[in-house]
Write a protein that binds this ligand. Structure first.
Ligand SMILES: Cc1cc2nc3c(=O)[nH]c(=O)nc-3n(C[C@H](O)[C@H](O)[C@H](O)COP(=O)(O)OP(=O)(O)OC[C@H]3O[C@@H](n4cnc5c(N)ncnc54)[C@H](O)[C@@H]3O)c2cc1C
Length: 404
């Protein structure tokens, strides 16, 4: 299947099902796939086209190396495990490549911090190798020879995000899920404290559960049933080069990128270099972060900042021909972690959103948690840290707090 292949969706609106998944980004299609695999009658409803939100405007990093030690790291590690046989399970090529990442220290201070990170990563069982400056240049000749070394983390992967979205959708459909596009969910109907249906722009679907995986649209849908979640949009931008003959071999990122991801209190535009090469040889140069939900149009000043940062890290990219840039909006929660699980205050209401810059990588493990929450089965990763109620209202713990 190619990224431009026809989207496998159903045009008919079913009148009823067990679970409605709201949103056809990577998180929604992964949830629909996992629910269909678990044998639950499922309908996915997407307002536009599959992948028309952040999932179609991102990079394909599947990283464990950028997560802090803790629950998100465990979720990322479980996802990497699930990615290992995903292509066989989906019967599709999602361009999975076990490239590993090079976390480059541009300064002596960064090198010291990197050594601390290397220690816990090794302890956690990741395949980590310390490279000195000469070894870094051998691995990636376009990088700055003045670098202070790097960490190579072999566990990090790359996939093609749109291929992943379409392959999950196609497989979900083969397993019996119905996919409806160009159809907006306008309301979630709740009766006696339980989800009973969703109202769409094309009619009503009766259901006993709804999974809100609507990216930055999640907050509004939850608000409509009285659940508040402080989810905002964090805009990001990427430069795309003309095809090269594999100018960058690994995933390469400035060690400072990790701090940018976690710097959730800064309103200014933040840029840190993260560079990868697609299978066709296009170099993708990311990425920026700014709290803005309104514009997915690329911005020239951000393009310039991305180019500057990339050249500081990799001066050998100076001759690169940039073809275009694109932007997307990351759904983001104040602690930087996704919300995955039941909204305890409304029976049958589930959320899978807020994955910030890691939704592609975290999709398989997120879907596993959602399928486990709805079917009542256990999951290999503890769902508690991702409880949608952790911000004070609406999730399982939120409801408990209210009752206390
Ligand atoms: C520049 C950039 C680079 C990134 N790079 C990476 C990366 O390398 N690796 C990684 O893992 N992640 C990356 N991300 C993050 C990743 O793109 C997101 O975390 C992920 O796509 C979020 O997926 P989602 O399904 O939650 O949201 P989305 O993809 O935004 O999907 C939500 C969908 O819900 C639909 N919707 C909304 N409201 C309604 C409604 N009322 N009814 C029906 N449908 C509705 C929308 O149309 C949309 O299609 C990047 C993001 C950006 C912006």
């Amino acid at each position: 299947m190619t990224a431009g292949a026809a989207v496998p969706t159903s045009e008919e609106l079913p009148s009823g099902t067990e679970v409605v998944v709201i949103g056809g980004g990577v998180i929604g299609v992964a949830c629909a796939h996992a629910l269909a695999e678990a044998g639950l009658p499922t309908v996915l409803v997407e307002a536009g086209e599959l992948g028309s939100g952040a999932s179609g405007a991102c990079e394909g990093n599947v990283l464990v190396s950028d997560k802090p030690s803790g629950p998100e790291f465990e979720l990322a590690r479980r996802s990497v495990e699930l990615f290992s046989d995903l292509e066989e399970r989906l019967e599709a090529d999602v361009q999975r490549e076990e490239k590993g990442s090079l976390l480059v220290a541009p300064s002596a201070d960064a090198a010291e911090l990197l050594a601390v990170e290397a220690a816990w990563m090794e302890e956690a069982g990741l395949r980590v190798e310390r490279l000195d400056s000469a070894a870094v240049m051998e691995a990636e000749p376009v990088l700055d020879p003045e670098n202070e070394g790097a960490l190579f983390v072999a566990d990090d992967l790359q996939v093609c995000p749109m291929r992943l979205v379409l392959a999950l959708a196609a497989s979900a459909r083969r397993l019996g899920a119905r996919l409806v596009r160009d159809c907006r969910i306008e309301a979630i109907e709740v009766e006696s404290g339980r989800v009973v249906a969703v109202t769409t722009s094309r009619g009503r679907i009766a259901c006993s559960s709804a999974v809100v995986a609507a990216g930055v649209g999640t907050r509004r849908l939850l608000e409509s049933v009285g659940v508040e979640m402080p989810l905002t949009g964090r805009r990001g931008q990427i430069l795309v080069s003309a095809p090269t003959s594999g100018l960058i071999r690994h995933k390469v990122y400035d060690f400072g990128y990790r701090a940018t991801v976690r710097n959730l209190d800064d309103d200014a535009v933040q840029v840190a270099a993260v560079i990868e090469c697609t299978r066709r040889g296009n170099v993708l140069i990311g990425s920026s972060r700014e709290f803005r939900e309104t514009s997915a149009e690329p911005d020239l000043a951000v393009d310039a900042a991305l180019a500057r940062q990339a050249l500081e890290l990799a001066p050998g990219l100076a001759g690169l021909k940039i073809l275009r840039s694109y932007a997307g909006i990351r759904p983001t929660l104040p602690d930087g972690m996704p919300a995955i699980g039941a909204c305890g205050s409304v029976g049958g209401l589930f959320v899978a959103s807020g994955h910030e810059g890691a939704g592609i990588g975290l999709a398989p493990a997120t879907a596993e948690l959602i399928a486990a929450a709805i079917s009542g089965d256990g999951a290999p990763v503890s769902p508690e840290p991702f409880d949608p109620g952790r911000f004070g209202a609406g999730g399982a713990s939120g409801a408990e707090r209210e009752a206390a």
